[in-house]
Design a protein around this ligand. Structure first.
Ligand code: XMP
Length: 326
């Protein structure tokens, strides 16, 4: 019968057998799947695993620290953090179009990740400990959706650090291939990962970059991070985390409205709250959150976040609205 303990034991044995004395790399995104996959592989092969985390500067408040400190503390994993905030912000300068933003963030992400990967490979090359494996947090629904999967990944290295071949063949380690999301969370819990990581709600890869309607700048990101942190804090305090699928907090950076605060007129930006309930994100309904919770979030955001003088609630289902605004 299915137990988290037996899944872990079975996977640990299989991974040890597969990897032998070689090395593996795993990209961490801050999400549940990559974190649990990495923790499982770490349990199996310890220091033969190196994780890479690209800090694109588009994460929410405290999330990068969760990976850098809490995840490392819980697993003892070797972690290479690449601080790429400047690079992403420079690439995003002047860009307001949502699809353009996504393309830029995706492109820069792959470049930065591949460079870090190439550095790790170069350090280990020529020894028995060559890097031959790439860990991925593929879940059962992903396997079904993509019609099977091949077991190898072709990574094109544009950076060619240390005379590496153009195309590096990795074998994939996908220890979560037979699991559903709730099972992955149980495995993560059993492996001792912090709740903040194991219970995390979905968050888009492009991060807060697609939650600023308008150009993405450091100032706007900092502002949105504050507003988002307040909303999350109040939702958690009200015990609503399990009731909602996710709650994007969006900054309408190109919109201003008139307000009054203290003894003066303000001309600030609106923040949108987008709490939704959903089964699989394909469709969604807006969450009927208690008015007093909404009120607290609104009061705190307008009091505590400079340049925000209005909080609005998105009451659109999906369809016609998507969950994210961009
Ligand atoms: P939409 O906005 O299309 O979002 O209704 C559906 C779900 O997908 C998440 N999302 C993304 N996740 N990369 C991701 O990894 C992305 O580019 C991306 N865009 C949207 C969104 O948060 C929601 O859970």
């Amino acid at each position: 019968s299915w137990t988290t303990g037996s899944v872990i034991e079975e996977q640990v044995a299989a991974i040890r057998e597969q990897v032998g004395t070689k090395r593996a790399i795993c990209g961490l995104s801050g999400g549940v799947d990559s974190a649990v996959a990495a923790a499982l592989v770490q349990k199996a092969i310890g220091s033969q695993l190196t994780c890479v985390y690209v800090d694109h500067g588009l994460m929410r408040k405290g999330e990068t620290e969760q990976v850098e400190k809490d995840f490392v503390a819980a697993t003892g994993v070797q972690l290479k953090v690449v601080d790429a905030e400047e690079r992403f912000l420079t690439a995003l300068k002047g860009v307001s179009d949502p699809e353009e933003k996504r393309k830029i963030i995706g492109r820069e992400f792959i470049r930065v990740f591949e460079q870090a990967q190439a550095e790790i490979i170069a350090e280990a090359s020529g020894s028995d400990e060559a890097v031959e494996f790439l860990v991925q947090g593929t879940l059962y629904p992903d396997v079904v959706e993509s019609g099977g999967g091949t077991g190898t990944a072709n990574i094109k290295s544009h950076h060619n650090v240390g005379g590496l071949p153009e195309d590096l063949e990795f074998q994939l380690i996908e220890p979560l291939r037979k699991l559903f999301k709730d099972e992955v969370r149980m495995v993560g819990q059993e492996l001792g990962l912090p709740d903040e990581i194991v219970q995390r709600q979905p968050f888009p890869g492009p991060g807060l970059g697609i939650r600023i309607v308008g150009e993405v700048t450091k100032e706007r990101l900092d502002l949105l991070r504050e507003a988002d942190a307040i909303a999350r804090e109040e939702l958690t305090a009200a015990g609503l985390d399990r009731d909602i699928w996710q709650c994007p907090v969006v900054l309408l950076a190109d919109v201003r409205s008139v307000g009054v605060q203290g003894d003066g007129r303000t001309y600030g930006h609106p923040i949108v709250l987008r709490p939704v309930s959903s089964e699989d994100a394909m469709t969604a309904d807006w969450s009927r959150l208690p008015y007093d919770v909404l009120g607290r979030i609104s009061t705190r955001i307008t009091n505590e976040v400079a340049d925000v003088n209005r909080v609005v609630l998105d009451v659109t289902s999906k369809p016609p609205g998507t969950i994210e605004w961009e």
